[in-house]
Design a protein around this ligand. Structure first.
Ligand code: PFF
Length: 458
């Protein structure tokens, strides 16, 4: 931590200067940057394909606003009211019994970033390759080449190096600056691609799969669990990322408004990405590969489709994977920031040293998922489908059922009067609906996570 207060460290926690965002928009774009990422394009498209298309999308919207927004307000509120990173924030809000939850958050940051950076590495290679040469005609073999041997390790290390450099640059000069420049570019690219996709012959079938609901699949617990964990992953909830970002806020922020904007933007990007992925894949008759595996939609079907489109496909491929890269890097920095901010606060280590040291440990851990796709899937199943809902459950209990005075401070302070009635609605969902829902989700995801660990060997 910078020991000399500067423009970047204008406020204090326990006498130690704390960094702050340069502007409200900067905070918002960083939070949107954290939310929008591989989850919106990679995870969202296969989860949608696997769980019946449009009905899943509708259910997902419902969960985003009913469950995601109140948990996000709770995280934002905890961060803003304590001005501490996750471990310290939980200690301050709940006492020392809550410290292990802070460590769970940090562990989630380690695990998720280690495999997230591997997938981001593949994305980086696809974007590079689109510039250098046409996509190879055998998309399956090409995917094999991108994901085996040295290539995934090298691109993963490249991605981690960039992530470390940005986080080491600081909250305002690193994270905020990169998000402010990159997020508008991502939005423009995706909107442009979605407009282009309307011109494809045969796109209609893709739209109808994506936009016409069939409700049979919805009423299974598995779908409920998939949609809930997707919402948590996509909104970066349940591991203190939003908490950490809000800890660099000044007090006078309207958190419900910011949470709603983040949720809307996150859903908007996922939805528009679907308006690109499904028409492209259906227009080229590649729909079977989409739901086949967690990587099928994006990394096999799409390059296959881009290859079949010739030079246009190369340009579109570059834009698509470029947008995906932007999403990935602005999420990668949020994941690393959870770990780094905790190290800075708990052990009073300088930001640069903390970023480099923690980044290196995560990069090394990432060599495992970079070398074995089963390990990658198991890490995703455990971290995003068990750790995040578990984190969300405890957050809902702490903020929803903690002392009323604190609840008011954490949850309601700063909310504009117009939004207060909505706030009490959200508070009640946080207390009554979120905990049982997350317990149900965990009954589904814990056995699935354990099975995916057992699958590593075979
Ligand atoms: N929300 C990111 C995505 O959808 O790709 C992933 C993520 C980022 C999860 C940051 C958790 C987090 F703290």
């Amino acid at each position: 931590m910078n020991q000399h207060p500067t423009a970047d460290s204008a406020s204090e926690t326990d006498g130690v200067p704390r960094e702050v965002w340069g502007s409200r928009l900067g905070f918002l774009l960083a939070a949107v940057g954290s939310a929008v990422g591989l989850g919106n394009m990679w995870r969202f498209s296969y989860a949608t394909a696997e769980h019946g298309g449009a009905a899943f999308v509708l259910f997902y919207i419902f969960l985003t606003f009913l469950v995601g927004v109140p948990v996000m307000i709770a995280e934002f509120g905890l961060g803003r009211s304590t001005r501490l990173s996750p471990i310290g924030a939980l200690r301050r809000a709940g006492g020392s019994a809550w410290v292990p939850l802070g460590y769970l958050f940090v562990a989630a940051g380690f695990l998720i970033l280690s495999y997230y950076a591997v997938i981001a590495g593949w994305v980086t290679r696809y974007a590079f390759d689109a510039v250098m040469s046409p996509f190879p005609s055998d998309a399956g073999a090409y995917f094999g080449e991108v994901t085996t041997g040295w290539s995934p390790i090298l691109y993963h290390l490249l991605f981690m190096t960039l992530t470390i450099l940005i986080v080491a640059g600081g909250v305002k000069k690193g994270i905020e600056r990169v998000s402010t420049v990159m997020m508008p570019v991502l939005a423009l690219i995706l909107i442009g691609l979605a407009v282009w996709a309307t011109t494809l012959t045969g796109a209609g079938e893709g739209y109808s799969f994506y936009l016409t609901p069939s409700f049979e699949e919805l009423f299974s617990l598995e779908t409920v669990a998939a949609a809930t964990s997707q919402a948590f992953f996509s909104l970066s909830l349940g591991m203190g990322a939003m908490l950490t970002f809000a800890s660099y806020l000044k007090r006078d922020t309207d958190l419900p408004k910011e949470s709603t904007i983040v949720a809307l933007s996150d859903f908007g990007v996922a939805f528009i990405a679907g308006m690109v992925v499904f028409p492209v894949v259906f227009a080229l008759g590649l729909q079977d590969a989409v739901g086949e595996s967690t990587v099928g939609a994006l990394f096999i079907s799409l390059p296959g489709a881009f290859q079949a489109m010739g030079p246009t496909g190369r340009a579109v491929g570059l834009l698509f994977f470029g947008a995906l890269f932007i999403g990935a890097i602005t999420s990668g920095i949020a994941l690393l920031e959870v770990v780094v901010s905790s190290v800075i606060d708990e052990w009073k280590i300088d930001r640069r040293k903390a970023s480099i040291a923690m980044g290196i440990v995560i990069a090394l851990l990432g060599i495992l998922p970079a070398s074995d796709l089963n390990i990658l899937s198991a890490m995703d199943a455990v971290a995003s489908e068990i750790f995040l809902p578990l984190g969300g459950l405890f957050l809902a209990l702490l903020v929803g059922w903690g002392p009323p005075s604190k609840r008011l401070e954490i949850f309601i302070e700063g909310a504009s009067p117009a939004i207060r009635p909505l706030m009490s609605g959200w508070l009640w969902t946080l207390r009554i609906a979120v905990p049982p829902l997350l317990v149900i989700v965990l009954t589904q995801t814990v056995p699935a996570g354990l099975a995916s660990i057992r699958a590593i060997g075979g």
